[in-house]
Design a protein around this ligand. Structure first.
Ligand code: ADP
Ligand code: TRP
Length: 331
């Protein structure tokens, strides 16, 4: 049986963090045997908000290195840079004819970025979900491993795919956001406000490149309080965030121990932080070390993305040719 097609991308806008790891990369790694995976560095998407030409290559290579250090195998998945596959831009242009200004203006990520940077509300930012739809539909993917924050973008991709199919005939399957387990993951920021993100306060986001000392410092500074005052109290978001991290990197006995202490109202957050720090260091150190070794081998990384682009273009060309033909661009 043909393997199902999977697409996902990560923007090269900074150091990868635990949100990227648990929201996306961990799923890529688990999917690589079972599915036909296309994983790419979303460098064109990064241009909607970032314009630092001299850091782009370094950031893009780091994304590849950190993905591989996390277990992604370039022999099993097609790893490429978005801008190396010009068919992406071609399909993006075609899909733009199916996207309406009103629906694009309603997208939460657009509204948020427009509010944060009122001086740079460019057309690329508005059409960000169209470019993302092009990435996914280019390979006719059915599963898209992403974190919770990307759910709305996936809905838009399905809308554009359906609109195309209704207007021009069946070409695209309807892709879905995917995560192992029953819900999409959100890794909260250590200050209790919003999610960990490349563009957040650096001290409240844990990066895969953080040193042991830095991890210790960040966890020790994480927001807590005096603890619950009645048994069965609900955990505030910043406490739940620490438990979520613990569930991901610590043993189930450890999690159970602190959950019990929380419910008995005798939890000591200092102890929880110490244990979490130790387990986090144990988790991150091998990834950091592998990524750093890979990053020093830029010839190898270059070879991997060149081959990835060739393979991605093969699949992309077929889709773009069909789309153009169906739209009447058939000379
Ligand atoms: P960032 O938001 O830090 O710039 P990206 O937008 O490049 O990261 O996201 C890459 C992938 O990581 C996406 O699949 C996204 O859903 C996931 N992701 C990012 N932050 C988090 C988070 N805090 N929790 C869960 N998943 C996340
Ligand atoms: N928009 C995604 C993010 O910010 C990155 C991305 C771009 C992506 N194109 C994609 C993710 C295609 C999945 C599929 O995280």
């Amino acid at each position: 049986m043909e393997k199902e097609i999977v697409v996902s991308g990560i923007r090269p806008t900074g150091f990868l963090h635990l949100g990227n790891y648990f929201g996306a990369i961990r799923n890529f790694v688990r999917m690589q045997d079972e599915f036909n995976c296309y994983i790419f560095v979303a460098d064109l998407h990064s241009l909607t908000t970032h314009n630092e030409p001299h850091h782009l290559k370094e950031n893009a290579f780091r994304v590849i290195a950190e993905n591989m250090a996390s277990g992604l195998d370039p022999e099993k998945v097609i790893l490429y840079a978005q801008s190396d596959v010009p068919e992406t831009s071609e399909l993006y242009l075609l899909l733009n004819m199916l996207a309406y200004k009103g629906e694009l203006e309603k997208v939460a990520t657009f509204k948020e970025k427009a509010r944060q940077h009122p001086d740079n509300i460019n057309a690329g930012l508005l059409t960000y979900p169209v470019l993302m739809a092009a990435d996914i539909l280019l390979h006719r993917a059915v599963k898209v491993p992403v974190g919770k924050d990307q759910k709305q973008h996936l809905e838009m991709t399905r809308n554009f795919a359906n609109r195309f199919n209704n207007r021009y005939g069946q070409l695209f399957p309807e892709p879905e956001a995917f995560n192992y387990g029953d819900s999409l993951v959100k890794i909260g920021s250590l200050d209790g406000e919003g999610k960990m993100s490349k563009s957040k306060n650096e001290m409240s986001t844990i990066y895969l490149a953080d040193s042991d000392d830095m991890i210790r410092k960040k966890i020790m500074k994480a927001k807590t309080d005096a603890g619950p005052d009645k048994s069965g109290a609900e955990k505030p978001e910043y406490i739940q965030n620490l438990f979520t991290l613990m569930e991901l990197v610590s043993s189930s006995d450890t999690v159970q121990h602190f959950n019990e202490a929380y419910n008995l109202c005798n939890i000591r957050y200092g102890d929880l932080k110490k244990q979490l720090t130790e387990d986090m260091i144990h988790f991150i150190t091998p990834i950091r070390e592998k990524a750093s070794a890979l990053q020093n081998d830029s010839t190898r990384l270059q070879r991997i993305i060149n081959r990835g682009a060739e393979q991605a273009r093969e699949s992309a060309q077929k889709t773009v040719q069909s789309a153009k033909k169906m739209m009447g661009l058939n000379y």
